[in-house]
Ligand binder design. Structure first.
Ligand code: DQA
Length: 146
């Protein structure tokens, strides 16, 4: 099974960025953990990060026909990007939305998630361990469906 994990803007600054909200784990450390958790769940895992909306759309499109599942943290684009929502709907690959923080308890402008509308499940507020949960949720979905 092939898994694509997509991280949006500023997540490359994990460990530096607002550690009270996002923790002290660095982005390279997160990537290592995701690859380990993915392998344990039986996935061949690619982890992609970009600060650019169009690049995220291109990456989602490139997964068409090649990837079994997507885990996506669109970061700030969660709350603004119809283009990312449309890309996820276009490829129609089972997708899980993940947020490190609990966006439901944050500012009003974070209360809408466009990408989440194309995802069958959302994980939030579990810190970086949420990626582990998301991998497990996706594994269960893919092994049930096949
Ligand atoms: C985030 C939450 C978003 O609101 C924010 O813009 C981010 C990170 C999270 O993982 O908690 O960049 O997606």
């Amino acid at each position: 099974m092939k898994l694509l994990v997509i991280n949006g803007p500023n997540l490359n600054m994990l460990g530096v960025r607002e550690p009270d909200i996002y923790g002290r784990t660095t982005y390279p450390q997160l990537v290592e953990k995701i690859k380990t958790w993915g392998a344990e769940a039986g996935f061949e895992t690619e982890v992609y990060q970009s600060n650019h909306e169009g690049d995220l759309v291109d990456k989602i499109q490139s997964a068409y026909g090649k990837v079994d599942g997507i885990i996506i943290n669109p970061a700030a684009y969660t709350h603004t990007s119809v283009a990312i929502l449309d890309a996820l709907k276009t490829v129609s690959i089972p997708s899980v939305e993940i947020h490190i923080s609990n966006v439901r308890e944050r500012e009003d402008f974070r209360q809408i998630s466009y990408a989440g509308m194309a995802c069958f499940h959302t994980v939030m507020g579990e810190g970086i361990d949420g990626y582990h949960t998301a991998i497990e949720v996706l594994r269960q979905k893919l092994t049930q469906d096949t």
